[in-house]
Design a protein around this ligand. Structure first.
Ligand SMILES: *[C@@H]1O[C@H](CO)[C@@H](O)[C@H](O)[C@H]1NC(C)=O
Ligand SMILES: *[C@@H]1O[C@H](CO)[C@@H](O)[C@H](O)[C@H]1NC(C)=O
Ligand SMILES: *[C@@H]1O[C@H](CO)[C@@H](O)[C@H](O)[C@H]1NC(C)=O
Ligand SMILES: *[C@@H]1O[C@H](CO)[C@@H](O)[C@H](O)[C@H]1NC(C)=O
Ligand SMILES: *[C@@H]1O[C@H](CO)[C@@H](O)[C@H](O)[C@H]1NC(C)=O
Length: 359
């Protein structure tokens, strides 16, 4: 009898502790949320952009002048980085939830907005992969292609397409820009907001047709939709899912795990890179370290001007301007970019920001 009572006491204390801890976590995340970019623009480097003029004026060119000539990978460093990242996440698993992760009708909390929830619909569930789309996949060289206007006039298309695996961002158009960006897309991300931004919110049939055509061009590539990050895009995700099913598109959908963002952030924090929230570009590099022996980055340039002072579009394919967010968020150095630039100099990856030279 006494031992039962003791157990109950321990149990109650643990529950209280758990409740306390949960509250604490909720509070921390609430706090973070106010600092995070408010919409689901995972692709954005915007919070970093405002500083760039200053940085480039103050000798940024010497900071970011990295040479691609004679660049050679340091394979032992690549292995070391892969091993360290694997302590925080396993990209094979965290790159997507799978069918057995949920049942239709399950209620999830949004990763970056824990107070709000999402119901797992029958359609969403039917599009979850049975196994990770990246299970057992390994490549000699991979390209991660960001969307910066720095790609325009780069002539990098052929070089990008020559990689064994090409990762792209936010369903960026390629055909009209093939000479500079290439067309091969083995893996492409899509923020739910792109439905609104680039496909008219599917208001009429031609918007939907354009979207279905874009997806059909992907054949059986992986389409990676961060659907569980913040509330606001669930209608878009449902419409996309419905179109994929209705048109029997071959594209292989993937939805990042609920822990991915925090795990990636954890890795970089541990390596003294205090990011608030990784951009899609950094997420993709981090994930790619699992699958690729050699990673080449293109289209990463979070500044409104290039080193010669020429204007650079935010996206190579549209006229989106920088939308600056709250002034209360502290301005910072373009940390992610500096980090990647540093990794380039240590030969852990290759960062191309200039023209591609014909081999
Ligand atoms: C490659 O990286 C390893 C591990 O960081 C380092 O010890 C080695 O000196 C590097 N080699 C070259 C040629 O830079
Ligand atoms: C989610 O499911 C719950 C329980 O089935 C229901 O009460 C709620 O209205 C649903 N929410 C949405 C947004 O569909
Ligand atoms: C459909 O909507 C787009 C804008 O989203 C517009 O440009 C286009 O003209 C519309 N097409 C038709 C057939 O109404
Ligand atoms: C899909 O297949 C078509 C026809 O074979 C090809 O032209 C296109 O480049 C492929 N798309 C991708 C992303 O590989
Ligand atoms: C951007 O930077 C300029 C000067 O560095 C500053 O005056 C301006 O308030 C900043 N804008 C935002 C939206 O942070």
């Amino acid at each position: 009898m006494r031992s039962i009572r003791k157990r109950w006491t321990i149990c109650t204390i643990s529950i209280l502790l758990i409740v306390y801890k949960t509250k604490e976590i909720a509070r921390t995340e609430e706090h973070q949320e106010t600092q995070l970019v408010g919409d689901d623009e995972l692709c954005s480097n915007r919070p970093l952009v405002n500083n760039s003029n200053k940085i480039i004026r103050k000798g940024g060119s010497s900071i970011f002048q990295h040479s691609v000539e004679g660049w050679k990978i340091n394979s032992s460093l690549v292995l070391e980085i892969r091993k360290n990242i694997l302590r925080f996440l396993d990209a094979e698993r965290d790159i997507s939830v799978v069918k057995s992760s949920f049942k239709p009708g399950d209620v999830l909390h949004y990763v970056l907005d824990r107070r709000r929830t999402l119901n797992v619909s029958q359609e969403l569930h039917s599009l979850l992969p049975e196994v990770s789309p990246m299970k057992n996949r390994r490549f000699k060289t991979c390209a991660v292609v960001g969307n910066s206007g720095i790609l325009l006039d780069s002539g990098c298309g052929k070089e990008i397409d020559s990689h064994d695996f090409v990762i792209r961002c936010n369903l960026a158009p390629v055909v009209e820009f093939a000479a500079d960006v290439g067309t091969k897309s083995d893996f492409i991300t899509m923020n739910p907001s792109v439905v609104q931004r680039a496909f008219g919110g599917f208001r009429n049939e031609s918007d939907r047709e354009k979207f279905v055509h874009r997806l059909s061009m992907l054949n059986d590539s992986v389409l990676w939709i961060p659907a569980f990050m913040v509330k606001g895009g669930e209608k878009h995700v449902e419409w996309v899912n419905a179109l994929i099913l209705k048109n029997k598109l071959k594209v292989r959908t993937a939805y990042p795990s609920l822990r991915l963002i925090h795990a990636v952030r954890g890795y970089w924090l541990t390596n003294k890179v205090p990011i608030k929230r990784p951009s899609t570009g950094l997420l993709m590099y981090t994930l790619a370290t699992r699958f690729c022996d050699e990673i080449h980055l293109y289209g990463f340039w979070p500044f409104p001007k290039d080193l010669k002072g020429k204007e650079v579009k935010y996206h190579y394919y549209d006229n989106l301007k920088y939308r600056y967010f709250s002034n209360t968020s502290p301005h910072r150095m373009p940390l992610e970019f500096r980090t990647l630039d540093g990794l380039h100099n240590r030969r852990a990856l290759k960062l191309t920001t200039g023209k591609c030279i014909k081999q």
